[in-house]
Ligand binder design. Sequence first.
Ligand code: Q9C
Ligand code: ZN
Length: 535
Amino acid sequence: MDSGVASRISGHGMDCVKEDLEIEDVSPPNAEGKDLEDTKQTYGHEGEWMDEEEDGKDWKSDVNVEIMAEWFCTNCIDSNPDDESCCGQCGEHRNSGILEQGYLASRDLPEKANDMEQRKDMSDSEIKLHLTFPPLWTPQTDAASTAIGFDERMLLHSEVQTKSHPHPERPDRLRAIMGGLSAAVSSGLFSGLCCMIPSREATLAELEWVHSHSHVEAVEATSLHEASYFGRDTYANNYSALAARLAAGTCIDLMTAIVKGQILNGFALVRPPGHHALSATAMGFCLHNNAALAAKAALSAGAKKVMIIDWDVHHGNGTQEIFDSDSSVLYVSLHRHQAGFFYPGTGAASEVGIKDGEGFSVNIPWPCGGIGDEDYLFAFQNVIMPIVEQFAPDATIISAGFDAAKGDPLGGCQVTPSGYAHMTQLLYSLMKGKLLVVLEGGYNLRSISASAAAVLKVLLGVSPGEIPPSWQPTFAGLLAVSEACVIQSRYWKIDRMSLLNMQMLLSAAETKFKENKNDPRQPVSGPQAEDQPQG
Ligand code: Q9C
Ligand code: ZN
C-alpha cells in the first residue's frame, strides 16, 4: 500500500472537513483495555466533546450547568481542574520552569512565574522561534567528542488544534530536553566535551533511500496545507515536511561524521520521530524513518554492518520492514507487545526477518506493561549483547524512544534514567563509540529530559558503574527473554548454560506463578516475590 494523499483538515475547529482518508493505521484489537486506556488518556475528551455539542436540546442555562475549566499538564498532558495548581497525575506545578530547565526545574515552585505569565500572551510562533536556549557547547574539532544535532525549526511541527486534548508528540518535548541539557551545561555538568552540529534538510533523493517516491511526495504535499492527517494519530502542518527533512538530515549527517571518525558518537534530538514510518506509509506520529536513513548513511559512508537497537516502548515496525530482507542491517527491538494488542501490534519474537535477512531481526516482546530496568538489562545481558558481539557492527544506532520510562502516559513501563544509562554503557563499551542515539517517542517531559541527560552523560564518557548484581528479571521479562533466546539460537550462538539457567528459572517461576496466582511483574526469585500485594 502506498501512502498517497494525506487527509486534510481545513480551517479551524467546527469547520474541519476530512477528505481523502486513505491511510488507516494498524489499530490492533483490544485485549486488556490498556490500549483503550492509552487512547482515552491521549484523546480522552473527544467523546465528551461530541456529547456536549450534539446534545444541545438538553442544555439548560441555569446553575446546574457549569463549564469546568481545565488545564493540561505541560509535563504529562493529563487534564486538571482550573483550581488546582499542581498536576494530579504527575505532581508538576502548572508554571514550573520545565521548558527552560527540563528535569532540573523545580517540580513544585514556579521558577519564573512572571515570565510564564507573559508567555501566555505571546503568540505560538513567537514562542516557537524566539525561545532562546542558553549558550550551549563550544564547537570542538577534537575527534574524541560527542555531537548533538538539534534545530529549532523542528519545533514548528505541531498539531493544529482541533481536539480538546493536546497531542502527546508535541514541540515541548524537545524544549524540555534541550532546556535540561542547557541548564546542565550552565551549571558545569558537561564541560566542553560536546559540540552541536548544524542541521540540514535531507534531500528528496536521500529520503528515497528508504521511502517510495510517492511517500516522499505525500509528505512534501502537506506543506501546502494548514493541517493534514495520515490516519488518526499522525498530524502534519505547513512546517512538518520541513521538520521531517531536518530530522532526517540531522541523523544522516551525524552518522556520516561518526563513520568517518570525525566525531566519536552523537545524539540526534529530532522530531517528528521515525521508527513507525514504513517505506510507503507515515504512521504512529512518524513521517520519515530517521534511524533507517542513518543506517543507509552509515552504509554509504563505508560501514559494512550496521545495527539498530530500538528501545522505544513501541515496536519499530517501519524500521523492521525497511530492513526485513537485508542482512547488512541488524534490527533489535525491545517493546511492549501484549500478544499483538499493544500498538502497532507487530514485533512478535517469531518475526526474525525474511530471505537474506532471516536472523537479522531480533524481537523481545514484553507480554505486559510495568516492565523496568531489571528486565531490560536482563535482555541486554542474555540475548542482545551476545548477538551484538557476534554481529560485530561497524556502527550502531539507538532508536531511543523514552516512552518505556517511568511516568510516561502512553508506555506504562518503569525504566529509569539509570536503566537507560546502563543500556547505553553496554553498547558504548562494546562499540568503543560509533554510536548514534536518535530520539523516537517519549511523552513525559521530566522523564524524557532526565533520561536523555543520563544517556548523554554516558556518551561523554561518564560510566554509570556496575549493574547491581541483585537485579533480577520479573516473570514477564524472563518469559519474553527466554522465548527470544530460544528462537534466536537458530541464528546466533547463545550460551548453553545461560539457556539452561533461564529454563530452570522459568520453570521454578512458572510453578510459583501458578501456585500463588501472582502477578507476572513479580521478580522471579527472592523473598519479596511471595508477599507482593495484589491488585
Ligand atoms: N490505538 C511513537 O512513540 N497510539 N509513536 C495509538 C491507538 C499510537 C507512538 C493508539 C502511538 C504511536 C514514536
Ligand atoms: Zn513509542
